[in-house]
Design a protein around this ligand. Structure first.
Ligand SMILES: Nc1nc2c(c(=O)[nH]1)N[C@H]1C(S)=C(S)[C@@H](COP(=O)(O)O)O[C@H]1N2
Ligand SMILES: [Mo]
Length: 499
């Protein structure tokens, strides 16, 4: 062999190795998805958790502001890439070991074993880890035994085709696994909840446009999570401890909690990170128990009168103990067991405070001696206080009569909504909108609706007046760091809304 043929042989050797490693990585990730679905046992889940944890807060805020909800695709893509790289590197190691030591079996078993061990360790699920390990083993074996054979077409094409087929099947199976997880069954709703759902229906305004009712459907209720993969906490395994600067630690189990005096409350949540006219604001009927008696039992004695709430997804948020006085530990949403994505089995609902204080998958309340930042506060947000007042303009509809109907919801936390005012001339003159009767509760939105006869183009402006008589401030600010402010404005003409 002259030098150049030798060199060419080496290059194609390397490219075959790399191809096999890449296929092993991709099929390993696909195999893991096939058996685990989009859950915490999927190999990408723990890697993504690490990626999110290591991403600087300023970058997170920047992505939320510029890309918004699609931003999570960035870290998921990165995490999938890292998982492919990890399994691919293991396969490559196997191929090299087989090659150098001329021990095919050793290399293959090493790669399969390592892929299994690493996946089992990071997902904490040894049996489902086989889903990632098996394809790595197979493709390492292919690389070792058929290394020379698949250097050229059509063998290479056959290997690629089988890898592609495997990935396709795995994706389908994984999707089925997901569908099985949230099995879509509904529990019968108690009479008390049914009454409240009915009351919400009855009090909703007759709106032509597409606006949520006074109670949001579970599947439509917005979702904000720090983790891409929700914790899975069976009710039987759940308990919550009040600890730290307390007279006595208090621990409750799920059965103890649900045996306590039960209430059904209408509560609205709104995320501090949403746009002024965004849609991360929803209402449900929540079933749970007030937290006060448990707090009293624990007897808080910390210097700062503040509490750190912690959750199973390593989320944490700190705010004044006083805010917990009227707070609520909820285990049902619209009469259904709390869905996994909304904090199963138990979450906190803190009246009037921004969404981030409403900790899901709650595990611990620690009373502190000194105030500390929570997860979002460490990333620059100020989202633990009371919500800003807002009137949303969520629909603009031309009615059969030719009139234009404007509609939306207004919310001001525990201050309540007294009035919604609408201007159709850019803010020169104002009229009161029709308002839904207030639902019982201290922390509930109201629906509003306003009809007018258009005459050319209109600059529509809406603003709410809270229960204390304070008009929603006009000055505009972005959601970062303290929640969006300003009045929602829209240019509306006979054809409907524009901008
Ligand atoms: N454990 C935990 N609790 C959490 C969060 C989270 O990521 N983890 N997100 C918070 C934020 S920022 C908001 S706005 C609300 C959203 O609740 P939802 O997803 O049920 O609508 O939950 C809060 N509680
Ligand atoms: Mo939020």
């Amino acid at each position: 062999m002259d030098r150049s043929t030798q060199f060419r042989a080496q290059v194609s050797d390397h490219s075959t190795e790399l191809l096999v490693a890449l296929l092993a990585g991709i099929t390993g990730v696909a195999g893991s998805y096939a058996v685990a679905g989009y859950t915490r046992q999927f190999i990408v889940a723990p890697i993504d958790a690490l990626v999110v944890r290591l991403t600087p807060g300023r970058l997170v805020a920047f992505v939320i502001e510029t890309i918004g909800d699609e931003g999570h695709l960035l870290h998921i893509a990165l995490s999938v890439g890292l998982a492919v790289g990890l399994l691919g590197a293991i396969a490559l190691l196997g191929v090299r070991v087989a090659d150098r030591l001329t021990q095919s079996t050793l290399g293959i078993v090493l790669a399969g074993g390592l892929a299994w061990g690493v996946t089992a360790a990071i997902t904490a699920d040894p049996s489902l880890a086989v889903g990632a390990a098996a394809p790595v083993l197979v493709f390492t074996a292919l690389g070792v035994q058929a290394g020379d054979a698949i250097e050229h077409n059509p063998a290479r094409r056959r290997v690629l085709a089988s890898a592609a087929a495997f990935i396709g099947v795995a994706a389908g199976v994984g999707r089925l696994a997901n569908a099985g997880g949230g099995d879509g069954t509904t529990e019968p709703v108690s009479e008390a909840v049914a009454d409240r759902l009915q009351q919400a229906d009855a009090q909703a305004l007759d709106i032509d446009g597409d606006v949520p009712g006074l109670v949001s459907e579970i599947g439509e209720f917005y979702n904000v999570d720090i983790a891409e993969f929700d914790p899975e906490v069976p009710a039987d395994d759940w308990s919550m401890t009040i600890t730290g600067e307390v007279g006595d630690d208090v621990t409750v189990s799920y059965d103890e909690l649900t045996a306590m005096p039960t209430e059904h409350r209408y509560v609205t949540l709104r995320c501090v990170g949403e746009d002024l006219n965004g849609e991360k604001m929803d209402t449900a009927v929540w079933t749970g128990t007030p937290i006060k008696s448990l707090l009293d039992e624990a007897d808080p004695e910390g210097e700062c009168d503040c509490a750190m709430l912690r959750a199973e997804d390593d989320y944490f948020v700190q705010f004044p103990v006083d805010a917990l006085d009227d707070a609520f530990l909820a285990w049902e949403m619209n009469g259904q067991p709390l869905p996994q994505s909304h904090g199963h089995p138990v979450r906190v609902l803190v009246p009037g405070h921004w969404g981030e204080t409403n900790v899901k998958w709650l595990s611990e309340i620690e009373l502190l001696d000194e105030a500390m930042d929570g997860y979002w506060e460490q990333r620059g947000w100020h989202g633990t206080g009371p919500v800003n007042t807002v009137a949303k303009l969520w629909s603009t509809t031309t009615l059969d009569s030719g009139a234009i109907e404007l509609a939306g919801h207004a919310y001001a936390g525990t201050r309540g909504i007294e009035r919604v005012e609408v201007s159709t001339d850019g803010g020169s003159t104002w009229e009161d909108a029709e308002l839904s009767e207030p639902l019982p509760g201290d922390d509930v939105w109201r629906q509003w609706r306003h009809e007018f006869d258009p005459d050319g183009s209109h600059e529509v402006v809406v603003r709410a007046v809270d229960g204390e008589g304070t008009v929603q401030p006009e000055e505009r600010s972005d959601s970062y760091p303290s929640g969006a402010t300003g009045w929602v404005r829209q240019t509306v003409n006979m054809m409907g809304a524009s901008g």
